[in-house]
Design a protein around this ligand. Structure first.
Ligand SMILES: Cc1ncc(COP(=O)(O)O)c(C=O)c1O
Length: 403
């Protein structure tokens, strides 16, 4: 944890915990480096679903080319916070009301998931134009990936054979402009594997457009840039990715490439800080019971990994009995929920962990609070804090609500 963050945590009372702490300068530097690594002809959107915290979105706004949203709720949230940012609206199961809202809100791109959805668009009144990308589920072999959205039968996008019907629908509605194709096939690919996939996708797209006489202006290859929770310092190699994209794009001189990463942008800027309430030994195995748990930070349960953490020792101990502790041994870090699934990290070696010590879980800035089941067991919600450049420590929101 950076000193500014540690300083903030040091000034929190036990009642402030658990707390989400967001490192906005860290996020700014990270997204700046991502943008700098990418060729100009690559447009960078941020996938809002990864973390829609308002201060994170405002921090990103100056560095990205727009936001990808996947619901009417995200659309209204992003539009309200950053009215001038271009928005692409994607995701399955868009309702008629959402499409109407999207078209009236002037979304820059609509990522169409099916012929049914496209036909719904044709029924929404308005003068247009409506710029669409058709989402395709390419039959590619993705190998071992963290999450596969395509490459096999899936509810996301369309089989290539289904695109022709969409072309007919588009030809019959002068408001709809086909800008290109959209793909989001997998999550968790490192730079080399991402580049190989982008290469395949672009070759396929150009061949398809050529055969159909379509003027292909852009291809969005989605997000899914790998984040390695087992090795927090092994960040996706954006430089190698940028170099590779430059090489690939040289073969597609008229194409604009779009990417819409989420996890790899915000994962590193978030910390979930909590405290050890109890240390127990069950048949010789150490368990640390923490304030909070996977109802605040579902990521390790959802992805079945150990969330990386740092111990922040707290030497104050005023109780008249011996302080329970684990020393030089593996400890399983669990939360307060009455379920064996409430595990944040399993059998991780610690030098020393005592009741009252604080634990800061790293990489909690994406798919963390916003994918968690907050209401289960009705424990208090975490407090939320943002560290910024200008103000070294920023007030948390003690109302225990997302501001
Ligand atoms: C269509 C689409 N684009 C982008 C993303 C962002 O993916 P990631 O957070 O893995 O970069 C997702 C994630 O599910 C998605 O479904």
């Amino acid at each position: 944890m950076r000193p500014a963050l540690l300083d903030l945590v040091g000034r929190m009372t036990d009642d402030d915990l658990p707390a989400y702490v967001h490192d906005l300068p860290g996020l700014r530097a990270h997204v700046h480096a991502i943008r700098a690594a990418l060729p100009e002809r690559v447009e960078l959107l941020y996938a809002t679903k990864a973390n829609s915290d308002p201060r994170i979105l405002r921090t990103l706004a100056g560095h990205v080319d727009g936001f990808e949203v996947a619901s009417g709720g995200e659309l209204s949230h992003v539009r309200g916070l950053t009215p001038d940012q271009p928005i692409s609206f994607g995701g399955p199961g868009k309702t008629e009301a959402e499409l109407t809202f999207a078209l009236h809100a002037g979304v820059e791109r609509l990522h169409v998931e099916s012929e049914q959805e496209l036909r719904l668009v044709t029924t929404v009144p308005g003068d247009g134009p409506v710029n669409v990308l058709l989402r395709v589920n390419l039959p590619v072999d993705l190998g071992q990936v963290a999450l596969a959205m395509g490459g096999h039968p899936s509810p996301f996008g369309m089989d290539p054979a289904q695109l022709d019907r969409c072309l007919e629908v588009i030809a019959a509605d002068p408001r709809i402009r086909l800008r290109g194709l959209h793909f989001h096939l997998a999550s968790g690919l490192q730079a080399k594997a991402q580049l190989a996939l982008v290469d395949k996708v672009l070759i396929w797209s150009q061949d398809w457009a050529h055969e159909r006489g379509v003027d292909l202006a852009e291809v969005n290859v989605g997000g899914g840039m790998g984040v390695d929770y087992g090795h927090p310092h092994k960040v996706f190699d954006w430089s190698a990715f940028g170099v590779g994209l430059r090489r690939i794009l040289a073969r597609h001189p008229h194409l604009t490439l779009r990417i819409e990463p989420g996890r790899s942008v915000t994962a590193y800027c978030g910390w979930y800080v909590t405290q050890v309430l109890d240390i127990k030994f069950s048949r010789g195995e150490a368990f640390a019971v923490l304030r909070g748990g996977t109802h605040h930070l579902r990521t390790p349960a959802a992805k079945q990994h150990d969330q990386p953490f740092e111990v922040i020792p707290d030497d104050a101990w005023l109780r008249p009995w011996n302080r329970p502790e684990a020393r030089d041994e593996p400890v399983t870090l669990v939360g307060q929920l009455c379920t064996p699934k409430d595990v944040l990290a399993r059998r991780v070696m610690v030098e020393r962990l005592r009741v009252g010590d604080r634990v800061a879980f790293a990489m909690a800035g994406a798919y963390a609070w916003n994918i968690s089941h907050h209401a289960f067991l009705m424990h208090p919600q975490p407090t939320f804090h943002h560290v910024d450049d200008v103000v070294v420590s920023v007030q948390g929101d003690h109302a225990r609500q997302m501001s």
